[in-house]
Design a protein around this ligand. Sequence first.
Ligand code: TPP
Length: 548
Amino acid sequence: MTKASDLFVQCLEEEGVEYVFGVPGEENLDFLDSLSRSTKIRLILTRHEQGAGFMAATYGRHTGKTGVCLATLGPGATNFVTAAAYAQLGGMPMMMITGQKPIKKSKQGRFQILDVVDMMGPITKYTRQLASADNIPSRVREAFRLAEEEKPGATHLEFPEDIAEEQTDSVPLKRSLVRRPAADEKAVRAAVQRIECARAPIMVIGAGANRKMTSRTLLQLIEKTAIPFIATQLGKGVIDERHPRFLGCAALSSGDFCHRAIEAADLIINVGHDVIEKPPFFMKQGGPDVIHVSTNTASVDPVYFPQIEVIGDIANAIWQIKERIVPQPAWDCRPMFRARAAEVAHTAGLCGDERFPIFPPCLVERVREAMPADGIICLDNGVYKIWFARNYPARAPNTVLLDNALATMGAGLPSAMASKMVHPERKVMAICGDGGFLMNSQEMETAVRLKLDITILILRDDAYGMIRWKQANMGFADFGLTYGNPDFVQYAESYGAIGHRVDSAESLPGILAECLATPGVHLIDCPVDYSENDRILNHEIKELSAKL
Ligand SMILES: Cc1ncc(C[n+]2csc(CCOP(=O)(O)OP(=O)(O)O)c2C)c(N)n1
């Protein structure tokens, strides 16, 4: 016979779990005791359940394997809600374990008791209470299977105290070998035929294409056909953005140079489209045809009704298209490249502006220069996310971690920490606004304790800048969005991190280089000048691209 909590840990080991991120409560103590005897799984104690959840989700995003996090009942579980939604919308495999009071003989009324299983319903793929020790292996297997299956997301198991103490003769279940179905050959043939008779095909790479194998086969297709491509924010980095056929990232909703490139197409090959992201184009009757290549069929709406769907494993579908297609000399994508050339010239013009506080396009360029090709930047949510998505050329998959799904503030630092744990050999930088950073800044203690070599770049404008920008743009008076800040350098040092202050545009490259080269947790307080966001992002770009 085995104690239920020992069996639970054995099941996690069988799944290949390396870390459990979390904040235990007394209802998790049996589980914690069992975990203490695991030689394969390490507990990563965080300072808030949200930090644990963001780390687990990011672990899942990098590895494709389910990241696991742990919290107590009631308040611990409610603190998981944002992280669960982050994983669920962002397509990151993650499993939450929460404790619960005894379910068979509770003596405590409803103290701290919420219906957590129900609460998790709308924001997970699977949520269950473990009501019997005998069911632990099948429930855990199901939670992992569903978390990892396309589209990946969040799952939840509630482990009540009295069940954790039970004895059982159940044993862990082995992982199953699952292969996604391959796309139907007829659908592939129809797609190939349509592409071959297009006048100006373009490819749009979205969130669902952000998987290792897809990246490789997509590159082969682009190399063979020279069909140009744009990326959505969550498709960023699937193909190296220095590629000569790259036409830009759709960071703005409309009116950018890359939207002009799409308008020049008569056929859009939409790879890995996910409704979670605002699409860079809206279909209209009589407009360009769309080929939808995805693991799931398209949900049709008035602005999305693809003519051909190639459904199945995306990497395989792209590979099949690549094998069959014959590149056509009649394809003419020159107007798309005129739009791209105009964008490159415009960006280059902005980057020379060495004003202080730092000008966002210049900042993006300095960070790109400082980061190696495989370095990872992890963005929180704020105005700078648009600048980075738009202007920072990603050179490898999953090197620009941004959240264009839930778009929550507070995930920048935890996602950088998990990135460093998954890729200890790579340089990792969290890029946060002063608002987003302070939502989970306490995890600096975790980062220092874990001895993670990371850099946290804080863009300080003493305001919720993104909302302030929208407020001005909508013609409202400047109200309710500014605040004070701690002295970030002293704040970092109080955690045992190393603080740096940018006091001129010239000092930024040296500080970035020093932080990336020196061990430890580095925090950079970098004042930023957002005064021209509106002029450039909302007006100049639209006016210039409209002239093309
Ligand atoms: C948890 C959460 N709360 C509120 C918002 C709405 N929101 C989006 S961006 C933003 C301001 C971000 O401010 P900051 O982190 O300082 O970055 P900045 O825009 O100033 O660069 C707010 C409040 C959000 N996305 N997530």
